[in-house]
Design a protein around this ligand. Structure first.
Ligand SMILES: CC(C)(COP(=O)(O)OP(=O)(O)OC[C@H]1O[C@@H](n2cnc3c(N)ncnc32)[C@H](O)[C@@H]1OP(=O)(O)O)[C@@H](O)C(=O)NCCC(=O)NCCS
Length: 205
């Protein structure tokens, strides 16, 4: 798939965001926010090089969202400006394709606008409505208050406080486990999900 083709593959739409494949044109912005200490603080990486970005793009370009055993990273682009505001990832487990995990990142300048909850809700909708998943989890650093607030906002339940569960940036770190079941998601009204259902559009390349 060429870069131009990739840019036209919009998997999911929300009111303000297009969730699509990453393209080479996104790499400067991706490298920029992944190297921002405010963004990297609770993430697995400390820095993100141009070579790592190229490897990321190459690996993602051959993936289809929802493929068991893989993480698909949706690039989140502002509908109005076309700017890359962040990304939202969905992992479908290889050992049980009815279970998934989400991850999410916004550039620092794009935080505090509700974009994070908007993209996570849309990807949860995709996971349950389109892929038919049974359960989706998210694991956050227990000190990452913004992430915990976002997950609570979209209706995910804090199921666990995992004490010193991970060796993280030179010390043992606590993590929170959040989860939502398909039946809970289906039972939530638009208010529970924090807003009206999003429209979606899916075009395969
Ligand atoms: C986690 C992260 C995505 C949360 O971003 P966020 O912008 O705080 O989250 P939301 O998108 O839910 O936005 C909510 C905020 O936008 C505000 N907001 C402004 N306009 C809004 C709108 N139109 N709609 C909804 N909320 C809006 C809300 O009031 C809220 O502000 P508050 O936190 O001061 O109460 C962000 O902190 C981040 O990218 N961190 C670095 C990466 C990271 O740690 N990821 C988590 C890994 S598990």
């Amino acid at each position: 798939m060429t870069d131009a083709d990739a840019a036209t593959v919009v998997y999911l739409l929300t009111e303000r965001l297009r969730l699509r494949r990453f393209t080479r044109a996104d790499l400067p912005a991706l490298i920029g926010y992944r190297n921002d200490p405010r963004v990297a603080r609770y993430q697995s990486w400390e820095s993100f090089s141009a070579d790592e970005a190229e490897a990321f793009l190459a690996a993602q370009s051959t993936l289809q969202p929802g493929t068991p055993g893989t993480w698909f990273q949706f690039a989140a682009e502002c509908v109005d400006t076309g700017a890359l505001v962040g990304d939202c990832a969905l992992h479908v487990r290889g050992d049980d394709a009815r279970q998934g995990e989400i991850g999410f990142t916004l550039a620092a300048a794009e935080q505090g606008r509700g974009y994070g909850a908007e993209m996570v809700r849309r990807v949860l909708g995709y996971a349950f409505d389109d892929l038919g998943l049974h359960r989706v989890v998210a694991v956050t650093d227990a000190e990452n208050a913004a992430a915990a607030a976002l997950l609570a906002r979209v209706g995910m339940r804090r199921e666990g406080h995992l004490r010193q569960n991970v060796w993280f940036k030179g010390r043992w770190g606590d993590e929170f486990l959040f989860a939502v079941l398909r039946e809970e998601w289906m039972g939530m009204d638009a208010g529970g999900r924090g807003g009206p259902p999003d429209t979606s559009e899916r075009r395969e390349a």
